[in-house]
Structure formats: structure tokens, C-alpha cells
Ligand binder design. Structure first.
Ligand code: ADP
Length: 162
């Protein structure tokens, strides 16, 4: 059984993330979504809210596991018997950072490979940060994130369309 790990902050999960999860099943039999607390990024949603939103959003996708993950990804992968890392590549702007991380992970543990998947074009401009900004001004994000995420954003910002 080929297992992939999709690590990220997911603050919050967007339709772009979900697109990548679905595509990763072309390669893997099981995908672990590893949610990093990432306090340095000052997330809008706490780790449990993020996990809950991911759980709801991936309810209908079989063979997805969701875990909170801290520490070195390479070590986590060894422990869990994971074969490769999945990351999404949106645009050239993602490339530099992702390239560095992939090489670093390979360096930390000789066998770790990273697989990059491109989302559908309609999601290629989508970032969690942009979603939060739009939602903070009451903008409509319902086609860009799962319904439960849109609701959480509305509640958090206490405004926007009903
Ligand atoms: P991180 O803090 O690790 O960058 P993110 O939640 O922002 O966490 O992103 C996790 C992964 O998902 C990254 O590889 C990122 O490039 C990818 N990703 C985020 N948004 C999209 C999107 N709209 N389409 C494809 N990949 C995406």
C-alpha cells in the first residue's frame, strides 16, 4: 500500500487543498493530511478547528487520515511508513520555497521524495491567506472553500452574506 503525506497549515482548508488531496489518489492508496500547528504563522483557527474543518471537508473521500503533526517530517514519515510527501504547486511563486523544502527533507533522510501536484486552473490562484482577507471584508467565499469553512469564517468575522 502506497502512503503519501500531505503536510500543511490548512488555515483554513480550501477547495485548492481538496483538489490536491483528490489528485494524490492517482499515486497513493492512502493519504495522511498532516496538520502543523504552526504558531509562527499566527493561524486564525486553532489546530482543532482546522482538523475539524478538514475532517468535514474530506468526509466523502475514502482512505484519508488526518493527524496533528509537529517535529521533523522525515522522522514522522519513517514512523508511519509513509512513502512520499505531497505538496501543491500553484504558480512560479511557490516554486522556490517548495524546492528548498523538498531538498531539505531529502537531505535529512536520504530516501524522502516529494511529489508536486498542480491543482485545477480554477484553484491555482487560491490561498488560505487570500480567503481570510476576502472573508474579513465580508466577501463571498462560498465557491472557494467547503460550506463548513465558509460558515466558520463568517462566524469568525461576524459579517458577510447570510
Ligand atoms: P504551508 O504552511 O505548509 O505552506 P498551506 O496550508 O498554506 O501550508 O499549504 C499546504 C500545501 O498546499 C502547500 O504545498 C501549498 O502549496 C498547497 N496549496 C495551498 N493552496 C493550494 C491551491 N489552491 N492549489 C494547490 N495547492 C495548494
Amino acid at each position: 500500500m502506497k502512503i503519501g503525506v500531505y503536510p500543511g497549515t490548512f488555515d483554513p482548508i480550501t477547495n485548492g487543498h481538496i483538489d490536491i488531496v483528490r489528485r494524490s489518489f492517482q499515486i497513493f492508496d492512502k493519504v495522511i493530511i498532516a496538520v502543523a500547528p504552526n504558531p509562527k504563522k499566527k493561524p486564525l483557527f486553532d489546530i482543532h478547528e482546522r482538523v475539524e474543518m478538514i475532517r468535514e471537508a474530506t468526509r466523502n473521500i475514502p482512505n484519508v487520515e488526518i493527524e496533528i503533526f509537529e517535529g521533523l517530517l522525515a522522522e514522522y514519515m519513517k514512523r508511519k511508513g509513509v512513502h512520499a510527501i505531497v505538496r501543491g504547486l500553484r504558480a512560479i511563486s511557490d516554486f522556490e520555497h517548495e524546492f528548498m523544502m523538498a531538498l531539505l527533507n531529502r537531505k535529512l533522510d536520504g530516501g524522502v521524495e516529494t511529489v508536486f501536484l498542480m491543482p485545477s486552473e480554477e484553484y491555482s490562484y487560491l490561498t488560505s491567506s487570500a480567503i481570510k482577507e476576502v472573508a474579513s471584508y465580508g466577501g463571498v467565499v462560498k465557491d472557494l472553500v467547503p460550506p463548513m469553512v465558509a460558515q466558520h469564517l463568517r462566524e469568525r468575522f461576524q459579517k458577510g452574506p447570510k
